[in-house]
Design a protein around this ligand. Structure first.
Ligand code: ZN
Length: 89
């Protein structure tokens, strides 16, 4: 069984579908047992969906837009983690 820390470390990969099947099952089982991680996954999914909807790179050349997109995403995920940490749960 994986821990909450392992789960949260893999959440973005899980949402992007890049977690191997064996690990996905472990994460899925963890979700069944852990409502904290269910909520975390749902919040992360909203962030990831939001980021996928943001039309980035319209004004920039294609080769730059992908890196800008990626760093913006990382920044937003950082902010999200920080804001979550200080929201007082
Ligand atoms: Zn958990």
């Amino acid at each position: 069984m994986i821990t909450c820390e392992e789960f949260t470390n893999r959440v973005t990969a899980y949402l992007e579908g890049s977690v191997p099947r064996g690990e996905r099952i472990g994460m899925w089982l963890h979700l069944m047992l852990c409502h904290h991680c269910r909520r975390y996954l749902r919040q992360m999914k909203e962030v990831v969906d939001l980021l996928h909807d943001v039309p980035l790179g319209d004004k920039t050349p294609t080769e730059e837009s992908s890196t800008a997109d990626e760093s913006t995403k990382q920044q937003l995920l950082e902010q999200f983690r920080k804001s979550r940490g200080s929201s007082g749960e």
